[in-house]
Write a protein that binds this ligand. Structure first.
Ligand code: CP
Ligand code: NVA
Length: 307
């Protein structure tokens, strides 16, 4: 049995296998051919944080696969009152076939996976957001860039999205530049892991504080909020520290012609991205959001096939 906690747990071939399965299931869905891959299975969705895309896409996706989804806010279940994660995992996994969790601390996911009888999926943690990256990868390939040709620039906070880009690029072997303000660099351990992976995959990874160096001739430019969930108290300080890190038209002009812009959303216009860049690339951004649905169906079916 496999879990989906970080892309680091997957080989390049496995990531591509999941991607291809997601494309196949998407094609079927577009033809209104909803095959019941997970007929009568139940997905428990634990949320310690807010969500629009993750909640809707997992719920709709599970329905389209012939199963059911249960929304479990940590405010309402006993986990939020201190029931241990290992007991929560043992209870839920006796009644449900899959668990998806959005958690404050990545260790909570590790605890769930350790005690669960069924696959556990990361729906975002403080460290990683791997489901988002599967959707991003689908979108890049659909926009016409094959994996070996990807030159991605991530501009912004060295957060869960930056870490997930590092894992994806270093596993698949494509070029990634990560530009953060000083003091907001990626976690050194995750960076070291990415550098290790890159030795095998041949990925070129550049870490810089210079946004222009990161974006120059990139074919994918991406960013994320400067203030992640749980960091609200640091908002004013972060806005000051991230000055100059907005992806605006002058920065996009340095990317290759035809470069796409992706954003996991929610987006804060005037901060990490300008209104003009966001709206000029809205087709890509909302295709990316839709691909959460298709990518997740691919992951859930793949996990089911591996047990
Ligand atoms: N991108 C993303 O995960 O969105 P939600 O927080 O709305 O789920
Ligand atoms: N880095 C953001 C991603 C939201 C989808 C957060 O963790 O809040």
């Amino acid at each position: 049995m496999r879990h989906f906690l970080t892309l680091n747990d997957f080989s390049k071939d496995e990531i591509i296998e999941i991607l291809n399965l997601a494309f196949e299931i998407k094609k079927e869905a577009k033809a209104r051919n909803f095959k019941p891959y997970l007929k009568d299975q139940k997905l428990a969705m634990i949320f310690e944080k807010s969500s629009t895309r993750t909640r809707v896409s997992f719920d709709v996706g599970m329905n389209e696969l012939g199963g059911h989804a249960l929304f479990l806010s940590s405010r309402d279940i006993q986990l939020g009152r201190g029931e241990p994660i290992k007991d929560t995992a043992r209870v839920i996994s006796r009644m449900c076939d899959l668990i998806m969790a959005r958690v404050n601390r990545h260790e909570t996911l590790i605890g769930l996976a350790e005690f669960s009888r069924v696959p556990v999926i990361n729906g975002l943690s403080d460290k990683f957001h791997p489901m988002q990256l599967m959707a991003d990868l689908m979108t890049i390939v659909e926009c016409g860039t094959p994996i070996p040709k990807i030159k991605a620039a991530y501009v912004g906070d060295g957060n869960n999205m930056a870490h997930s880009w590092l894992m994806l690029a270093s596993k698949l072997g494509f070029e990634l530049r990560v530009a953060t303000p000083k003091g907001y660099e990626a976690d050194p351990q995750i960076l070291a892991q990415a550098q290790e992976n890159a030795k095998i995959s041949g990925a070129k990874i550049l870490i810089t504080n210079d946004i222009k160096e990161a974006v120059a001739r990139a074919n994918v430019v991406t960013t994320d909020t400067w203030v992640s969930m749980g960091q609200e108290a640091e908002k004013e300080q972060r806005i000051r520290d991230f000055a100059g890190f907005c992806v605006d038209e002058s920065l996009m002009a340095l990317a290759g012609s035809g470069a796409i812009f992706l954003h996991c959303l929610p987006a804060y216009r005037g901060y990490e991205v300008s209104e003009a860049v966001f709206e000029a690339h809205a087709d890509e951004i909302f295709a990316e959001a839709e691909n959460r649905l298709h990518a997740q169906k691919g992951v859930m079916v793949w996990l089911d096939q591996k047990r």
